[in-house]
Each structure stands twice: as C-alpha cells, then as structure tokens.
Design a binder for this molecule. Structure first.
Ligand SMILES: Cc1cc2nc3c(=O)[nH]c(=O)nc-3n(C[C@H](O)[C@H](O)[C@H](O)COP(=O)(O)O)c2cc1C
Length: 171
C-alpha cells in the first residue's frame, strides 16, 4: 500500500498547523499519511511514498536560509519549531526520484502579490529538478504578521486544497 508524506519547516508554528490540516484532509479517504518536520525527513524517499507534499514559510521572497532563521529566532517568544535544517537544505540533500512520484508545494507568507515572493515556487522548481512528476501549481496560505496567526479560513482552504491534491494523485 502506498502513502503520502508531508514534510514541513516552520518557525513559529503556522506552517506546521497548515501541514497538519493538509495531512488530515489527505487521510480522510483512508490513505496513510505521515506528517514530519523537515529535520526528521528522509534524504532518500521511501519506496512506498506515492505523493510528497512540502511546505515552508516564505523568508525574504523565497525559502529560508540560516541567516533568516536567526532573524526569526530573534522575534520568537519561545523556541522555534524547526531548529535544524530548513527545506532549502533538505531539498539539496534529497536524492532524485527514479519512479513516478507526484508532488505539491505550499508556503505560508504575509503578503499577497508578486512582491512578497513565495517559498512554494522555489520548492516546486526544485522538485521538478529532482524528477518528481505531476508537480502541480504551488499554493500559499496567509498569516496576519511575521509570527502569525493564520488568517481566518486558511485551515479550511488548506483542507480543500489537500482534497483536490488527493483526488488528482495516484496515492
Ligand atoms: C526573516 C523573515 C523574512 C520574511 N520574509 C517574508 C517575505 O519575503 N514575504 C512574506 O510574505 N512574508 C515574509 N515573512 C513572513 C513569514 O512568511 C511568516 O513568518 C511565516 O509565514 C510564518 O510561518 P511559520 O510560523 O511557520 O514560521 C518573513 C519572516 C521572517 C522571519
């Protein structure tokens, strides 16, 4: 039996909450789903994973770097959720896939429009280079400020998106 893997990076917890909502909606039809923080994500995709979903916060228009994660730590009230590597470093370590695996990317961010950038766009590009097929359009979910909270309705949007991903995926 195949499964879906949801990998997320999160500083203040907002992207983690979206990842969990995505995982729960993917699992609604009985699909096995694992939701893992990027520090624990495998560098070689397990053979039974037929759908990979990757999410990260947008930092300076793109994926986080060690320097932007330090800036996030300065603003955090407590510990960061992701305290090790980020999705940028994980995707650099992830081995290309040699079989058909569907993939989707999402991010969280503060602003709308092209000038805010999108971590998910970068993730989508990298997944394509790693030979994932059926890499659909990236999706953004919105926070009210740097530390959150998520805007109202974003959890429902995440669940709806996950249902369309599940319907279109082979997992
Ligand atoms: C260093 C830093 C840079 C950021 N740059 C952007 C940005 O370029 N565009 C944007 O819309 N949001 C930006 N943000 C806001 C983040 O996207 C927001 O903190 C994130 O969505 C929260 O998710 P998290 O709780 O999972 O970390 C930035 C946040 C930090 C800490």
């Amino acid at each position: 039996m195949t499964r879906a893997l949801v990998v997320y990076e999160s500083m203040f917890g907002n992207t983690r909450v979206i990842a969990e909502a995505v995982g729960a909606a993917l699992a609604e039809g009985g699909l096995r789903v694992d939701v893992v923080e990027v520090g624990s994500a495998p560098d070689v995709l397990p053979a039974d994973v037929a759908l990979l979903v990757v999410g990260a916060p947008t930092h300076t228009f793109s994926l986080s770097r060690p320097s932007t994660r330090r800036l996030a730590a300065d603003q955090a009230a407590g510990d960061l959720v992701s305290r090790g590597r980020g999705v940028r470093e994980w995707l650099a370590a992830l081995r290309p896939v040699v079989r058909p695996v569907a993939a989707r990317a999402f991010d969280t961010r503060m602003g709308t429009g092209w000038f805010t950038g999108s971590a998910a766009k970068m993730i989508t590009k990298r997944l394509g280079r790693l030979h994932f097929d059926d890499v659909g359009a990236p999706r953004s979910f919105y926070v009210a400020g740097t530390c959150g909270p998520l805007l109202e309705g974003e959890l429902d949007r995440a669940a709806d998106w996950a249902r369309t991903v599940r319907a279109a995926s082979p997992a």
